[in-house]
Design a protein. Structure first.
Length: 74
């Protein structure tokens, strides 16, 4: 029996480039079969790390994306 391929695309949103001082805000994934048909999705918004402050430049960018910010924080 031929093995079927599954492809998974993953995306994360963060409040900066360095793990620890910055937090991962959300993660999402979508799985597709070898024909490109969507098999399923997953997404989760995450709590920020205790003591993490986020990156000043990244947080300034997020201020220009209020809808996306709201989506990854609720």
């Amino acid at each position: 029996m031929a093995r079927k391929e599954t492809y998974v695309s993953v995306d994360v949103e963060t409040d900066g480039p360095i793990p620890g001082p910055c937090s991962m805000l959300s993660i999402g994934a979508a799985a597709y079969d070898e024909r490109g048909e969507l098999l399923g999705t997953f997404s989760a918004n995450l709590e920020t790390l205790e003591g993490a402050a986020g990156d000043e430049k990244t947080l300034a960018w997020w201020k220009t994306q209020p809808e996306a910010w709201a989506a990854c924080r609720t």
